[in-house]
Design a protein around this ligand. Structure first.
Ligand SMILES: Cc1cc2nc3c(=O)[nH]c(=O)nc-3n(C[C@H](O)[C@H](O)[C@H](O)COP(=O)(O)OP(=O)(O)OC[C@H]3O[C@@H](n4cnc5c(N)ncnc54)[C@H](O)[C@@H]3O)c2cc1C
Length: 414
């Protein structure tokens, strides 16, 4: 059987796969989106929902090495490594620390800026009239709790300035006006007015899925087991069928390497597990998201209530969740929003797909024609999802790309 050279199978219906699917379908490609979960069931389900177009500072920064003992000995710290997983994670952790050298931080910042800066426009393009139904552009408040600026804060300031980020440092009075619920103990904060957030990450992805099927795309509830090159196309072997297609896009988030390793693709993808606690009856209701870098989490007002989400746990795809890490989020939030009470809540853990340099891979696999990669967005996949979708469409269609693709290439690790 020969494949229609234009037909595309997309593996993974998270924000990245779903955005790529909609862009490709609207460009006229026959597209099947394959995922055993309903759209938006992976990391794209439970994140903090921040669409941070101003986000351009990678996670790894200078000085990380001194933090390592804390990562290993404090399982509830904002960043923790599960001791049982340490050996497996070590090569990735070493690359992570190396990515924190300043020249590499600067290069990553430029590439993050290029990917994120138009993200809200890309969501407007995809969602059309439904944009306002799922996304708010109310800005974000980033609080700083140390009395004096830390070394990493100085790096943030420098990179924000270099990239023209609209960052307004607030006086204590201005801060109190924006977020009256905040503890008086926080006196330093910065307001990023151009950033947005979604009212419901799952509904955002589900809306894209509906627009995709309305445009004639197909969603298949199947697990992809293997990708096999066949003629000039690909055989996609799933839990219930074989699909013969011209092109495949792997956007399976943290699970992407399970399909790529058998094809000889080697990339340092790790998962940074994160947690959330969704408070449905929170007694305190800030009107815009609050982020605390020091505590490693954010507080986002959503349509279901207040979502506390974040932290990083290096523990792979198989170790069970440590639910205590979700409960810590509530204790942390009470330090910031005194009087915060809630009795109706749920907890969640999800898998950020992360490369050491905080950049995704958006590329065609060298030597494997028709096999495209779009994963590894780490902490900012809800932001980078829509712009990545458009870049994938441009790659697949052989069109010039919106941005220089070299920083997101798969070759950068070799
Ligand atoms: C706690 C937390 C907070 C976060 N907060 C933010 C935030 O505020 N802003 C932001 O921009 N980003 C945030 N992120 C990051 C963001 O959620 C992720 O980067 C993004 O969701 C990744 O999207 P994805 O489509 O690549 O992967 P996913 O959403 O994980 O989707 C991958 C999909 O692939 C499917 N799949 C896997 N294997 C197969 C297979 N073999 N066959 C078929 N399908 C398969 C899975 O079922 C899944 O549905 C946060 C993440 C976490 C964990």
């Amino acid at each position: 059987m020969t494949a229609d050279p234009n037909s595309v199978a997309i593996v993974g219906a998270g924000i990245v796969g779903m955005s790529a699917a909609l862009y490709l379908r609207r460009a006229g490609f026959p597209v099947a989106l394959i995922d055993p979960l309903p759209p938006g069931g992976g990391a794209s389900y439970g994140n903090a929902g921040l669409i941070s177009i101003e986000s351009c500072v990678p996670v790894a920064l200078p000085g990380m090495l001194s933090e390592v003992p804390r990562w290993l000995t404090q399982p509830l710290a904002p960043l923790a490594v599960r001791p049982r997983y340490l050996l497996r994670a070590l090569p990735w952790l070493l690359r992570w620390v190396a990515a924190g050298r300043m020249p590499r931080v600067e290069a990553a910042a430029a590439a993050l800026r290029a990917l994120h800066v138009n993200a809200l426009d890309r969501y407007r393009e995809l969602l059309g009239a439904e944009f306002d139904d799922v996304i708010r552009v109310a800005g974000q408040v980033h609080i700083r709790e140390s009395a004096e600026p830390s070394a990493s804060e100085a790096i943030y300031r420098r990179l924000w300035e270099r990239h023209g980020v609209a960052a307004e440092w607030l006086s204590a009075d201005e801060l109190r006006q924006l977020v009256p619920q905040l503890t008086g103990g926080v006196t330093r904060a910065v307001f990023l007015p151009k950033n947005g957030h979604t009212l419901n990450p799952r509904r955002l992805v589900a809306t894209l899925a509906r627009l995709f099927t309305e445009a004639g795309g197909t969603v298949l509830a199947e697990r992809v087991l293997k990708l096999v090159p066949e003629g000039s196309g690909w055989r996609v072997v799933t839990s219930s069928a074989n699909h013969i297609v011209g092109k495949v896009v792997v956007s399976a988030g943290a699970w992407s390497m399970q399909l790529l390793r058998p094809l000889g693709v080697r990339l340092p993808l790790e998962t940074e597990r994160g947690y959330h606690m969704m408070l449905r009856d929170a007694s305190v209701a800030p009107r815009l998201p609050i982020l605390s870098r020091g505590r490693g989490f954010s507080i986002t007002p959503m349509e279901q209530g207040l979502r506390l989400a974040g932290t990083v746990e290096i523990g792979g795809l198989d170790l069970p969740m440590n639910e205590e890490r979700a409960y810590v989020l509530l204790r942390q939030a009470r330090q910031v929003l005194p009087g915060l009470e809630a009795s109706d809540f749920s907890i969640w853990m999800g898998f950020r797909p992360s490369f050491p340099d905080s950049l995704p891979v958006i590329d065609e696999v060298p030597g494997r024609r028709g096999l495209f990669l779009a994963f590894g967005h780490g902490h900012t996949g809800m932001t980078g999802g829509a712009p990545t979708g458009r870049l994938v469409k441009q790659l697949v269609a052989g069109e010039p790309a919106d941005v220089r693709l070299a920083p997101y290439s798969a070759r950068r690790f070799h």
